[in-house]
Design a protein around this ligand. Structure first.
Ligand code: ADP
Ligand code: MG
Length: 389
């Protein structure tokens, strides 16, 4: 859908639901990681980009201190007062909006209420960070309505806190940061320790293609916190030998190997993946900038092998998608994306062969898994901000 058609749709629906036209619009993009799975909460590096799939909120300020929110993507509506923000068990998705409001309030920002309608082109729960985009679009809206002074990194941190503390998902900073700091045409090399990032141009002729396995994730919800805890356990044990280390970021592979025997096997494997993956981020940043096809291919393959064998975040559908991507025309390299366990994967593809690549992936993956995948090119998009017409 082009931007004008989308704007028209959202304006019309807004008028139907709230009786008037929206006055203020915000947008926040989803993201895809090109290298660096689970490195963010280990205070390491991630190579990431905001994508041209995003979440909009069309809004109109209210003067009664209330927020009334609806979404064109999900059923349900909610109205809450900014003075007393509670969780919503009936319409749980509104907790992302409530959470951002609650954290901003807690930080002392004066908030203006609004009628708001959300519309997103990011698939949910598939690793492209629709949750962070919703949070960031909400924060941008509050900033615009209240004339607040918050810079993008601060906003990302506040939105992360909303997800950690209000929604109850202990995610790292990657999703919100990418959505806040995206730059059109560039990938970001993010340092999760000091929250600085360098923009890197992607070498000409290479297209990033998202391949969504659309696998039903059968997660208990404990997989992510378990891995976090295993990494923390590794740090705790290894700090006995290297006092002062704070995160796996602070360790080399040699140091890990030297003390391998002191670590439970699973903790060792998790640590090994993170330390290696962290180095791969730096190497991939160079390879993608220089356009070194062989290096991109090797790094992506090593990242996936580690994700499957050491970090154990793969699944059958991801295995089948890897086979489909790697056998497709024009492929340079392919790996997991997001947290793993199904969801989206990412391929680097020769620009002229993107259509043939996507067609092959569609055929091959559907034949092997029985699921129709979605494969589409994405381009690096600007970070969250107001939309003006
Ligand atoms: P991801 O961030 O990978 O897409 P999450 O499980 O973290 O997956 O977040 C997805 C959830 O975020 C959805 O199930 C929904 O609750 C909420 N959400 C995201 N975008 C929207 C939207 N446009 N409208 C309503 N809820 C949304
Ligand atoms: Mg999310």
């Amino acid at each position: 859908m082009d931007v004008l058609a989308r704007r028209k749709l959202v304006s019309e629906r807004f008028a139907e639901r709230f009786g008037r036209q929206p006055l203020v619009w915000s947008q926040a993009p989803g993201r895809v990681d090109l290298m660096g799975s689970h490195t963010d909460y280990n205070l390491g590096y991630v190579l990431t980009q905001a994508i041209d799939r995003n979440t909009w909120i069309a809004a109109r300020p209210r003067n009664d201190g209330k927020v009334s929110i609806q979404s064109l993507n999900l059923e349900g509506r909610a109205e809450f007062t900014l003075d007393q923000i509670e969780h919503d068990t009936a319409v749980p998705w509104t907790d992302y909006v409530r959470g951002v409001a609650a954290i901003l309030r807690q930080q002392g920002y004066p908030l203006v209420g609004f009628d708001g309608l959300i519309h997103s082109t990011i698939p949910f729960g598939s690793g492209l960070s629709s949750s962070a985009a919703l949070e960031m679009a909400t924060a941008v809206l509050f900033r615009a309505l209240g004339d607040l002074e918050i810079d993008p990194v601060q906003m990302a941190l506040l939105c992360q806190r909303a997800e950690n503390e209000f929604v109850g998902m202990n995610c790292g900073i990657l999703d919100q940061y990418s959505s806040a700091m995206g730059r059109a045409g560039s990938v970001l090399l993010l340092d999760c320790r000091d929250l600085s990032s360098k923009t890197k141009p992607l070498a000409g002729g290479i297209q990033v293609v998202v391949c969504d396995t659309r696998a039903q994730r059968e997660l208990t919800g404990s997989e992510y916190p378990e891995r976090r805890a295993q990494c923390e356990e590794g740090v705790r044990i290894l700090a006995n030998f290297y006092p002062g280390i704070q995160a796996l970021r602070d360790l080399s592979i040699e140091q890990l190997e030297f003390h391998k025997a002191t670590l439970p096997g699973m903790v060792y494997r998790r640590c090994r993946f993170i330390i290696e993956e962290n180095q791969r981020v730096l190497d991939m940043a160079d390879a993608l900038t220089a356009g070194g096809r062989d290096q991109i291919s090797v790094l992506a393959a090593a990242s996936y092998a580690g994700a499957r064998d050491l970090y154990e975040i793969s699944c059958e559908e991801m295995e089948l998608m890897m086979a489909a991507m790697l056998s497709a025309p024009g492929v340079i390299g392919a790996r997991q994306a997001g947290a793993g366990f199904g969801g989206c994967m990412v391929a680097f593809v020769e620009q002229g062969q993107v259509e043939a690549f996507a067609w092959h992936v569609g055929e091959r993956y559907q034949a092997s898994s029985g699921i129709e995948p979605h494969a589409y090119p994405v381009s690096a998009a600007p970070g969250a901000g107001p939309l003006s017409w």
